[in-house]
Design a protein around this ligand. Sequence first.
Ligand code: G1P
Length: 288
Amino acid sequence: MKITKAVFPVAGMGTRFLPATKASPKEMLSLVDKPLIQYVVEEAVDAGIEQIIFVTGRSKNSIEDHFDRSVELELLLERKGDTKKLDLIRHISEMCEFSYVRQKEPKGLGHAILKAKNLVGDQPFAVLLGDDIIHTEKDPAIGQLIRVHEQTNSPVIAVERVPENEVSAYGVIDPESAEGRLNKIKGMVEKPPLDKAPSNLAIIGRYILSPEIFDFIESTAPDAQGEVQLTTALNDFLQHGPIYGYEFEGTRYDAGDKLGFLKATVEYALRSDKLGDRFRSYLSSLET
Ligand code: G1P
């Protein structure tokens, strides 16, 4: 079945990025000249997604505004005859269909995804987390996962090898067997201490899930912090059918972290058509 819907959980508080995220959403932090979340929306749209379901929360209204029409701004640009900027901002609200559902309390990623159950319906769907920005030349990361799903007809999770001292910041998979980039998963654990980590293959924020996952989330008990973890529900799902981990091609930035965000800013600025050359000479001028 074709994947046309994607769930974007965006209700998180962004505590890693305080004070910048005290009153504005972390998803709206600007990477060069676009909010982070727009990069992830564009990745989904490039991969053929037609409907995006944002699972949102308090103080996240600017995300809705960003993907809506901006009539006053459009009128102003029209009057000025600035068709370039007009196209640029119109395109944002026309990229695909946007829906919104609220997660009233921060009760974890599994709980957030469950909020989208009615809007997703009975079909496989994508999940994209806005903290993970993935740069690829042509082939969007979520599109790579969609292709694996077409071959396997099973849920697929993006994974990446991370240094040992970082495994405890991620969900970690226990691979049963591997064929190239494709790993068949036999178990997974959320944020394990290093000595309990089954591998160094970390779960990155891109998933293709089947609608049965909602039943598994519903029967997942909250953890000690009161959060319903998607990783736990996926681990239980393994009793029902296979799940694959795919080592995607691309460069991933943890943009929810201050250093990761700075790395992304520098590298996206260097890649920019408009700014790259000038920014490169500016950086070299700092070295001398
Ligand atoms: C979530 C998931 C975790 C995954 C990570 C990827 O954690 O629970 O399994 O490795 O996203 O970004 P979070 O970073 O939201 O705490």
